[in-house]
Design a protein. Structure first.
Length: 97
């Protein structure tokens, strides 16, 4: 069953984030079997404590195991370093029924 990785981000430097982390992450997501279905700045928090986390990315994965393998991979650990100091992220992984 498909799984979705949902990321809410507070981005401090959008150009560097997009050109460094964003490009590398997108290539690795595709390589690992996922696909981005939403990449959007400007989300509005209607309820909750994610104020300022207005950039949203949602990737779709064939299953939870593939998404988790991407997240836990050494390759992603290296890519993730590219966003240090550029963004704070909240990340969820959810299965669909």
């Amino acid at each position: 069953m498909p799984a979705y990785m949902i990321i809410a981000a507070k981005i401090n430097d959008r150009d560097k984030f997009r050109n460094q982390y964003g490009q590398a992450a997108a290539k690795l997501v595709a390589k690992c079997g996922g696909e981005y279905i939403v990449l959007a700045p400007g989300a509005t928090v209607l309820e909750g404590s994610l104020d300022g986390y207005s950039s949203i990315a949602i990737s779709k994965w064939p299953n939870r195991e593939m998404a988790q393998a991407f997240w836990d991979s050494n390759e992603y650990a290296e890519v993730k370093k590219l966003r240090e100091g550029l963004a704070d992220c909240q990340v969820l992984l959810v299965d669909t029924p």
